[in-house]
Design a binder for this molecule. Structure first.
Ligand code: NAD
Length: 390
C-alpha cells in the first residue's frame, strides 16, 4: 500500500504531515512511503532527508495517486478534485468548521479521516490527539510572542540600574493551550493568574504555577466531553463585567477560550480594553474572521488601541513552529495509521469507537452522524466556526 505526503496548499501553512523520523515506522509496517518533492521544505525537511530514510520523493501527480494521502490541513478544492474514488485521505480536515470540505470529499468518492474528530477521551487515542499536540505548541508560542512584544521584563530583575518587577500575566481559558501558556510564562519568570469556566481546571492551572481566579457572578459551565458549554447571554455579560476588573490589573493577557461548534466567546470587551494600562499586551488565540476572545481582534493582525494596548490576533501559531509542529503531528498521524493497518493494508472497522469518530466519509458517503446532520441543514451554528486545528 502506497502512503503519500502531499504538500500543503493553505496560504502560510509551513507544516508537513510526515517528518523523516516517522518514515521508518511506516516502512516497518509494510507501507511504501512517497513524499511530494518540496513537501517538507518550509519545515526544513529536505527531499534528501526523506530519501535517506527510504521514502520515494515523487511528483505531485504521483503523490496524489497513492492509496492513502497524508495532509496536515484541509486540501484545497483542486487537490480534492484530483483524488480518485477509493482513495483515503487523513488530515486535520476541520469538517465541523467547514462543511464544504465534506461535500467536496464526498463528491470525490474518497474515504476521509479527520484527525480533529478523534474521540479524545479514549486512552488509546492519546498518541493520535493532534488537537492537543498542536494546542501545546500554540500555547507555548503565544506566551513567547507576548513576552517579545511586551516592553518590559517578564521576570523579576535586580540590577545596578534598578529593579524590574515581574510581569503580571493572565491566561483566560485553561485547556491544553492555556496550560502550556501558563507554564511557559512562568518559566519566563512572570507572575501568572488564570481563569476558566470549568472549575475542574483549577488544580491543573495551579499545578503549572498559576493562581486561579474564581468569579462570583458566573457558575460552573462544564459541558460534554471535557469541554465548556456556551454561556447564556446573562452569564456572558456578568462574566465580561467581572473579568474586566481582573484584566485591568494585568500587564499581559493570553486568551485561549473555545466552545466546540461555536464562535469563540468574547471575554475582553471594549470597556475592559479601555481600563487597561498603556503598554499592556494581549495575544488572542481565539481570533477568527467572526470575532475572537478580544473585541476588535483580527487573525494575523496586530493593532494598538488609542490607550496603548497592543492586541495580537494569533493566526495559525503551530505553523510558525513548523519543525516541532510537523514532528508532533507526524507522530499523531503515524499512530493513527498504524492503528488502522493490518498486514500492510488498511482494515477499517466502523464498529470501533475510535474509528467511528474519525471516519467522516467512506467511499464518498458521509458516514459521521454529526456531519450527516450538518449536511441535512439541522446541525445549526457550526458553519463558519473557526477551525480547532490551531
Ligand atoms: P478548547 O480549546 O475547546 O477550549 C479551551 C478552554 O476554553 C477550555 O478549557 C474551556 O473550558 C475554556 N472556555 C470556554 N469558554 C470559556 C469562557 N466563556 N470563559 C473562560 N474559559 C472558557 O479545549 P481543549 O484545550 O481542546 O480541551 C478541553 C479539555 O479537554 C481540557 O480539559 C483537556 O484536558 C481535555 N482533554 C482531555 C483529553 C483526554 O481525556 N485525554 C484529551 C484532550 C483534551
Amino acid at each position: 500500500m502506497k502512503v503519500s505526503v502531499v504538500k500543503e496548499t493553505a496560504p502560510g501553512e509551513r507544516r508537513v504531515a510526515l517528518v523523516p523520523e516517522a518514515v521508518g515506522k511506516l516502512s516497518a509496517a509494510g507501507l511504501d512511503v512517497l513524499v511530494e518533492s518540496g513537501a517538507g521544505d518550509r519545515a526544513w525537511f529536505t527531499d534528501d532527508s526523506y530519501a535517506e530514510v527510504g521514502a520515494s520523493v515523487v511528483s505531485r501527480a504521483d503523490a496524489l495517486a497513492a492509496d492513502v494521502l497524508l495532509v496536515v490541513g484541509r486540501p484545497d478544492d483542486s487537490t480534492i478534485a484530483a483524488m480518485h474514488p477509493g482513495q483515503v485521505v487523513i488530515g486535520l480536515l476541520g469538517p465541523l468548521a467547514d462543511p464544504s470540505v465534506v461535500s467536496a470529499l464526498a463528491a470525490a468518492g474518497v474515504t476521509a479521516l479527520s484527525m480533529d474528530m478523534i474521540p479524545r477521551t479514549l486512552p488509546r487515542s492519546q498518541p493520535m490527539d493532534a488537537l492537543s499536540s498542536q494546542a501545546n505548541i500554540a500555547g507555548y508560542k503565544a506566551a513567547v510572542i507576548a513576552a517579545a512584544e511586551f516592553g518590559r521584563f517578564f521576570p523579576l530583575l535586580i540590577t545596578a540600574a534598578g529593579t524590574a518587577r515581574p510581569a503580571r500575566v493572565l491566561v483566560l481559558g485553561t485547556g491544553v493551550a492555556g496550560l502550556q501558556a501558563i507554564g511557559t510564562a512562568r518559566r519566563l519568570g512572570a507572575v501568572v493568574s488564570a481563569y476558566d469556566v470549568r472549575p475542574e481546571t483549577k488544580t491543573e492551572a495551579e499545578s503549572v504555577g498559576a493562581t486561579f481566579i474564581e468569579l462570583t457572578s458566573v457558575g460552573p459551565a462544564s459541558g460534554e466531553g471535557g469541554y465548556a458549554r456556551a454561556l447564556t447571554e446573562d452569564e456572558r455579560s456578568a462574566q465580561q463585567e467581572e473579568l474586566a476588573g481582573h484584566i485591568a490589573r494585568h500587564d499581559v493577557i493570553i486568551t485561549t477560550a473555545q466552545v466546540p461548534g461555536r464562535r469563540p466567546p468574547l471575554l475582553v470587551t471594549q470597556d475592559a480594553l479601555k481600563a487597561m494600562a498603556a503598554g499592556s499586551v494581549i495575544v488572542d488565540m481565539g481570533a477568527s474572521p467572526l470575532g475572537g476572545n478580544v473585541a476588535g481582534s483580527e487573525p494575523n493582525e496586530t493593532t494598538v488601541t488609542e490607550n496603548g494596548v497592543t492586541i495580537i490576533g494569533a493566526g495559525s501559531l503551530p505553523s510558525t513552529m513548523p519543525a516541532a509542529a510537523s514532528a508532533m503531528y507526524a507522530r499523531n498521524v503515524t499512530a493513527l495509521l498504524l492503528y488502522l493497518v493490518k498486514d500492510g493494508e488498511l482494515a477499517l472497522d466502523p464498529d470501533d469507537e475510535l474509528q467511528a469518530g474519525v471516519i467522516i466519509t467512506r467511499d464518498g458517503a458521509v458516514v459521521h452522524p454529526a456531519l450527516q446532520q450538518a449536511q441535512n441543514g439541522s446541525a445549526g451554528g457550526t458553519a463558519g466556526v473557526p477551525s480547532t486545528a490551531r
